[in-house]
Design a protein around this ligand. Structure first.
Ligand SMILES: *Cc1c(COP(=O)(O)O)cnc(C)c1O
Length: 404
């Protein structure tokens, strides 16, 4: 008889053996999941406090999303954009309405949405703003995370993400995040866009100072520069509103969306903007074989409908208060600081106690899965279907870990 307890070490070893080591996963091997809970190959259950970096905002296998995927799998999965399929128009219209924009452009991964945003902003710069050929620049923030393509890592300030991947794409100016004067000073006559995360997720759920985003909006409008909000992780309910920009009443010129848009089932990303911006693209100038495919559209339309009810935003706002109150009570008891909005928190652990990685390993032993980022920072982003009791449970496990 096989000892079930031996399955995890064997599966961990096999998983490492034939893959590039570009990740350092926790030694847990998941086999099924539902809602906010994961089950591993040994039958142990874990509360998911990462939610696929917010790709699983609606929880694992949300019944409505799974039903939409099943129904679509039985009818049509791919046409390419050479033909129109019957799921396309509804998705584009409903997502555009959710965003309050004229148009959307569907892609697959978040990085592709960012690349699309960069390309559209540059073309807009040359064709609408009148920037001389080849001179466009885009202002970005220190500590950014926008994805992993060669162009995107070119303006990363994380040496792990950037080093030895050059030569780097020119045309980006990096300024400190949260410093409006620095941003305004970096804008020149050839600046076509400011590209920002309204809250920096990978950096540790860093919320900019109040007034920063409205200030950026004002400067962008005054200087005829597009404000491009990367809401790939912060958007779609995570912070208690549909978009994190809403907390300060800011409307960007372009939304970049991804992660939760695919319902945790398929990669779906999109750019949303008005016709004066996205309208610069003409046939043949940009595209994707899989972007806007029928399966993606069927699932993502259901995602948009879930968001249109406002239920998940409300849950995130209400339960987020409970999460943050619980975490605040641990400041001074192993936590140095807590940041975030809604069901999204970055925690700085007292670095003399343990690293973020060690905290995650100990949480795992207590049946809670989370992810560290940058040394002693922990990020919590549970699915928005998590309950009040489950939040209390996660906080209690963290308290126990911090108490040693
Ligand atoms: C995850 C993420 C991306 C990249 O998305 P991928 O789907 O991994 O390419 C871009 N921007 C932000 C803010 C993200 O969190």
């Amino acid at each position: 008889m096989v000892d079930d307890r031996l399955r995890t070490p064997g599966a961990v070893r096999d998983a490492e053996r034939f893959t590039a080591h570009n990740y350092h996963p926790l030694p847990v091997v998941i086999t099924s999941a539902e809602g906010a809970w994961l089950t591993d190959v040994d039958g142990r259950r874990y509360l998911d406090c990462l939610a696929g970096y917010s790709a699983l905002n609606f929880g694992h296998r949300h019944p409505g999303l799974i039903a939409a995927a099943h129904a679509q799998l039985d009818r049509l999965t791919l046409t390419s954009r050479a033909f129109i399929h019957d799921q396309f128009a509804d998705f584009c219209r409903e997502l555009a309405e959710l965003c309050g924009k004229d148009l959307v452009l569907p892609m697959n991964t978040g990085a592709e949405a960012v690349e699309t945003g960069i390309k559209v902003a540059r073309k807009w710069g040359y064709q609408v703003k009148g920037v001389p050929a080849g001179q466009a620049n885009i202002v970005v923030a220190e500590g950014n995370f926008h994805g992993r393509t060669t162009t995107i890592v070119s303006f990363s300030t994380d040496e792990d993400a950037r080093a030895d991947f050059g030569p780097y794409t020119p045309g980006f100016t990096v300024v400190p995040y949260g410093d409006l004067d620095a941003l305004a000073a970096a804008i020149d006559e050839n600046t076509v866009a400011v590209l920002l995360e309204p809250i920096q997720g990978e950096q540790g759920v860093v919320v900019p100072p109040e007034g920063y985003l409205p200030g950026v909006r004002r400067v962008c409008t005054e200087r005829n520069v597009l404000l491009v909000a990367d809401e790939i992780q912060s958007g779609l309910g995570r912070t208690g509103t549909t978009f994190a920009c809403e907390h300060e009443g800011v409307v960007p010129d372009m939304y970049l969306l991804g992660k939760a848009l695919g319902g945790g089932i398929v990669p779906v990303s999109a750019v949303a903007a008005n016709a004066d911006v996205l309208g610069v693209l003409k046939p043949g100038q940009h595209g994707s074989t899989f972007g806007g495919n029928p399966l993606a559209c069927a699932v993502a339309t259901e995602v948009v409908r879930l968001l249109a009810t406002g239920e998940f935003q409300r849950r995130s706002a209400e339960l987020g208060e409970r999460l943050h109150a619980g975490l605040q009570s641990l400041v001074g008891k192993g936590l140095v600081a807590v940041r975030g909005r809604g069901l999204w928190a970055g925690l700085d652990i007292d670095p003399t106690l343990m690293t973020g990685r060690q905290a995650c390993e100990r949480l795992m032993e207590r049946g809670v899965l989370a992810k560290d980022t940058h040394g002693s920072t922990l990020r919590l982003a549970p699915p928005l279907v998590i309950t009040a009791e489950e939040i209390d449970h996660a906080v209690a496990q963290l308290a126990a870990v911090l108490a040693g």
